[in-house]
Design a protein around this ligand. Structure first.
Ligand code: OAD
Length: 275
């Protein structure tokens, strides 16, 4: 691997620039790209999973048991999660990727994030592997519904007020998760641990990668599968891989290039040198 530079060096190797100019690029993003937007990553010291036990909060059965045993905790979790998501705005890394798509350098973004920040930044082709926290979906008929921020803040407020009363919380939750047209109860359109990815999205991600010139991994630890299998698929097809991460990850060993530093600093430098 060519271990090239850190953001401070303000220098990006000619080979990387060549790979960008060579054709179209696909980006695979993880929580690290949104860290500079104020959204904590999952792993690491201040990661979400250090505050919320993933056995309880990342699995459907865990969430149901918290709801049964201590519904106030579900309120705290939703309140915490959506307060962070409401405040977050796209940072330079999201904006640069959107610009690259407009300039036809980038084919698409494949993201593990549920925060909608790529779309907020102006990216059109975003393949969401783990869903989107601003959508509800029906597991029965697959219909999806947009969650409007105003409506959502109102329901979160109702949930907060209902703390201490199981009945009030359940009432607010039934407003949060209304019934679909097919009468089944809706849920947030995110993938929990042990659940299948949204139908077709992984296949489409493989297809997008097949003809790309470079796969850029941005801010992902590469420990969650099947998302982490995408770089191996690219590697098998001889596609070059560039990693942008603040530290080395589980995927560093298979990367051809690595830029260590904050994505929001590295990507603007990179695009500047492409022009
Ligand atoms: P992780 O929290 O596992 O990893 C975040 C990565 O971003 C780490 O490798 C950090 O070093 C890096 N990082 C942090 N800040 C950065 C910055 N400013 N610039 C560049 N890199 C930075 O997040 P993911 O890899 O996205 O899944 O996690 C994958 C999946 O695990 C998530 O989608 C979620 C989680 O459990 C589900 O919930 C299904």
């Amino acid at each position: 691997m060519h271990k090239i530079s850190t953001a401070k060096d303000n220098f990006i190797n000619a080979t990387i620039l060549e790979a960008f100019k060579n054709g179209q690029v696909v980006a695979l993003t993880g929580a690290g790209i949104s860290e500079e937007s104020g959204i904590p990553t999952f792993r690491g010291e201040n990661g979400l999973w250090s505050r919320y036990d993933p056995q309880l909060y990342a699995y459907p059965e865990g969430l149901l048991s918290v709801l049964r045993n201590d519904p106030d905790k579900i309120v705290d979790y939703l309140d915490d999660l959506y307060s962070i998501l409401f405040r977050a705005k796209p940072n330079p890394a999201h904006l640069v990727l959107a610009r690259m798509e407009k300039d036809k350098i980038l084919k698409c973004v494949i993201t593990q994030n549920i925060d909608n920040l790529h779309q907020d930044a102006g990216s059109d082709k975003v393949l969401e592997l783990h869903g989107n926290a601003f959508r509800l979906r029906c597991d029965n008929c697959s219909k999806a519904y947009r969650l409007e921020k105003d409506n959502l803040s109102h329901i979160i407020e109702q949930l907060r007020k209902g703390k201490g009363s199981r009945q009030a919380i359940l009432k607010a939750l039934s407003r949060f998760f209304p019934r679909c047209d097919c009468k089944d109860r809706l849920r947030i359109d995110i993938v929990l641990f042990g659940e299948l990815l949204p139908s077709g999205v992984l296949e489409e991600s493989y297809r997008e990668m097949e003809h790309c010139s470079l796969l850029v991994l941005i801010g992902t630890s590469g420990v969650v599968y099947p998302a982490a299998s995408l770089p191996f698929y690219a590697k098998d097809r001889g596609i070059k891989i560039l990693e942008i991460n603040s530290v080395s990850s589980n995927l560093s060993a298979i990367c051809d290039f690595q830029l260590l530093g904050k994505a929001g600093e590295i990507l603007p430098q990179l695009v500047k040198q492409l022009n």
